[in-house]
Design a protein around this ligand. Structure first.
Ligand code: PMP
Length: 328
């Protein structure tokens, strides 16, 4: 759909995938007034298709729009757009193990204008793409690089919303991580460079202790990290399994010392794409260390199985997290 100040949203439609025609001075391309979401549709055992917590994506999208001085896409219109696309692409929702249809709603300023100011014309689109299993050869811990040269998000910035600029700012650090032989960046806070914030596209959890007594810590939402929907879901699931979860500041020093003295037994990252990824090797200027024994930890794998079971409809959806896409 298109938005024009004074007219509101018009021209909502479903079309085949193809190139967009944009003016060379399209504001969104120059000033990154551009936001997005990511969610998945899951084929259910009864043949229906369900998206996972789309209301949370709609709510986060609304927060992102407000922070970027963009117009609101009405909550119901966001959900209807996602549903209409999933329904149209029903045949494309993969049914293989851990396979999904990935959905990418986004909004961009399209004013053909070179001045720096909030635009008055916007495009809201949703695209869909089948996604294979994230770990086709079994879950393997990723190696991570502590970013000490670059900052992803500063207090008062846009770190807690999902806007294009956050990712632009992260690309060089991601390249640095790859050059250091790592899979992913771990971002630290901008002020003290001491507190663990999140990964390039995932939130982090630390397991303290083991067995039935294991507890979880996840960095608190300080305003500079993204409030992940998977993060929030896992806090709920972990507590239900009897594991206390604390949202608080967690420093690199505590991580390193905890791994050394055995109090930090597991670390994992979570997000829509991979659901849960164990973290193994940690590299950085101040010394490398490895969490666990190189194998995914037991609580990591238990939580992963549990959440995937909910998403794929293999256990009862006691929280109302699955949204069935009704045939239109
Ligand atoms: N942090 C960042 C920077 C992300 O891009 C994502 C992916 N949206 C996440 C965390 C995880 O969020 P979610 O669980 O909602 O996918």
């Amino acid at each position: 759909a298109r938005y024009r100040a004074g007219e509101g949203w018009v021209d909502a439609r479903l079309t085949g995938y193809g190139p967009l025609q944009l003016d060379p001075s399209t504001a969104g391309l120059h000033y990154a007034q551009s936001i997005f979401e990511g969610l998945k549709a899951y084929a259910q055992p009864d043949g229906s298709v369900a998206t996972f917590r789309p209301e949370s994506n709609a709510a986060r999208f609304a927060r992102s729009a407000a922070r970027l001085a963009m117009p609101a896409v009405p909550h119901d219109a966001f959900l209807t757009a996602v549903d209409a696309l999933v329904d149209a692409d029903r045949e494309w929702v993969p049914t293989g193990p851990d396979q999904t249809l990935y959905l990418r709603p986004y909004m961009m300023a399209v004013d053909p204008f070179l001045g720096v100011r909030p635009a008055s014309e916007y495009l809201f689109l949703v695209i869909a793409s089948p996604a294979g299993a994230y770990f086709p050869r079994g879950v393997q811990p990723v190696s991570v690089y502590l970013s000490e040269d670059y900052i992803r998000a500063a207090p008062g910035g846009t770190g807690d919303v999902k806007c294009a600029g956050n990712y632009a700012a992260s690309l060089l650090a991601q390249e640095q991580a790859i050059a250091a032989g790592c899979d992913q960046v771990v971002w630290l806070d901008a002020v003290e460079k001491r507190w663990v914030e999140e990964m390039g596209g995932m939130n982090l959890f630390f397991v303290l202790g083991s067995g039935a007594d294991a507890e979880l810590v996840t960095p608190e939402l300080t305003g500079t990290l993204l409030p992940g929907i998977t993060r929030e879901s896992l806090i709920t699931v972990a507590r239900e399994l009897g594991h206390p979860v604390t949202e608080r500041k967690f420093s690199v020093d505590e991580w390193r010392a905890g791994v050394a003295d055995g109090t930090v037994t597991e670390t994992f990252a979570c997000g829509t794409a991979a659901v849960i990824t164990p973290v193994g090797e940690v590299k950085g200027r101040t010394g490398d260390f490895t969490v666990g024994n190189g194998e995914p930890g037991p609580l990591t794998m238990e939580l992963r199985a549990r959440l995937l079971d909910v998403q794929h409809g293999r256990v009862p959806d006691t929280h109302g997290w699955l949204h069935r896409v009704a045939p239109v």
